[in-house]
Design a protein around this ligand. Sequence first.
Ligand code: UD1
Length: 445
Amino acid sequence: MTNNASSLRIVGGTPLTGEVSVRGAKNLVPKAMVAALLGSTPSTLRNVPNVVDVDIVSGLLKLHGVTVQRSDGRLVMDPGAVDHAEPAEINVHAGASRIPILMCGPLIHRLGRAFIPDLGGCRIGDRPIDFHLDALRQMGAKVRKEAEGLYIDAPEGLIGTKIELSFPSVGATEQVLLSAVLAEGTTELSNAATEPEIMDLICVLQKMGAQITVHAGRVVRIEGVESLQGYDHLALPDRLEAASWACAALATAGDITVLGAEQASMLTFLNVFRQVGGKFQVDDGGNGEPKSIRFWHPGGGLDAIAIETAVAPGFQTDWQQPLVVALTQAEGLSIVHETVYENRLGFTEALNQMGARIQVYRECLGGSTCRFGQRNFQHSAVISGPTQLRGAELEIPDLRGGFSYLIAALAAEGESTLHGLELIYRGYENFLGKLTALNAKYDEL
Ligand code: UD1
C-alpha cells in the first residue's frame, strides 16, 4: 500500500473538483477470492482494488495452500494444494476483517473442517454471526467455540436444506451461497439479500459451474453440484465508493467525475442525489473509454429530504453517512431512518461538534417501523440545515463514518485534524492520491 499516513491535517472550504477512479467493489472482491477455494482449477479476478481486505484474504488463502499471484488489478488464485492452517496463524493474518467467516463452507468442502477467528470489521453495532452459524448448523455443520475462535466441521458433509433468514443479511446470504453450491441436494434460502455484489458473486459461482436460481420475493435456490472449476471474472465497480465521492462533491460545492462508476447499481442513490439538488451526468463509456458519472453541486441551496436505509434495492446503509454530511448543507429538516444497523448514527456527534445540528432519536422516524423501534437504539436522525461547519480534531470511528468526517473537514471553515486513517484505507484505494487529484488541501502528519 502506498497510502499509509495515520493522521491528516485538512484545510477545508475548497470545493473538491477533478476526476477519481473506482475499481472492483470492496464488498464483492474478497468474497470472490474466497469462492476461488471451491474450484478445481485456477481462478482469475480482474478490476481488483488495492485495499487492505484484499491483502488479508490473499494472506489467508496463501496460508491455506492457495498460490496467489497479484499484479496491478489482477489476481490469479490456484487452489490446487489446499491444506489446513494453524489457528494461531489464521488469527494473526485475519486482522480486523470479517471475511474469514465466509471461508467456512469452502474449507469444509475442501478439507472437512474449518477454523474461524474472532471477527473484526467496522464498529457499527454488535455485528453478530448467529445467522451464519444457524445456517451452517442447518446444513449439518457442528460448531465448537473456543477462546481462540470457532472450530467447525461437518461429519456427514454439508447437506442442502430450507433456510429462512430473519433479516436479509448480506453476509449470511453469501455464507449460504458459498456453502450450498457444493452441498448434497438442494438449498432454498428465503429472505435472502440481493445486493448487486451478491448478484455478482452469483455470476462468479455460475461461471464455476454452480446452479443458482434467484426467484421473485428474495428466494434463492441452489442445486448442489459435484465439482466446480475456476473462473475468470471482472469485478463489478464499487458503487459505495462512487457514492462517497458524489457526496463529497455535494458537501463541498464541488464537481467530481468518478471514472468506473456505473449507473445500474446506483439507481436509488442517484434518485436521492437528484432530490437533494445535486446534478449528475452518466457516461456509458465505450470505444476504449471507461464508464463514468460526473457529480456536481449546481450552486444555490440544497433541499432537505426524508430517507430510510434498507437492503437492496433500497437506499444502502453505506451511502447514509456520507449523505448526512451533505444534508447539513440542505435547507430545512432532513430525516434519516437507519434500518439496517442499530448503531450507525454515532458519527453525528462529531458533526455536531463541528457546528452541525443533528438530533438522534430512538423512535422510527419518517414513516415505517423497523426491528429497532421500541428498543434502546438511536437509529433515526433529524438534520437541520444549512449549518456552517467548523474545523475540529476527529478520531475516525469506522469506514464510512470516517469518510464522512473527511467530507465534513473538507467542507468546514478552518483546519481539522483526522486520526485513525487506517480504517479508511480498508475500503478506499489510493485514498490520499485521490484527495490530491481533487485539489484537497491536506498534509500528512
Ligand atoms: C455487508 C457489507 C457492509 C454493508 C452491509 C449491509 C461487506 C464486507 N460488508 O456487511 O458494507 O453495510 O453488508 O449492506 O460486504 N446480522 C445479524 N446476525 C448475523 C449477520 C447479520 O443479526 O449473523 C445483522 C447485522 O447486525 C446487521 C444486519 O444483520 O444489523 C445486516 O448485516 P449484514 O447484511 O450481514 O452485513 P455484513 O454482511 O456484515
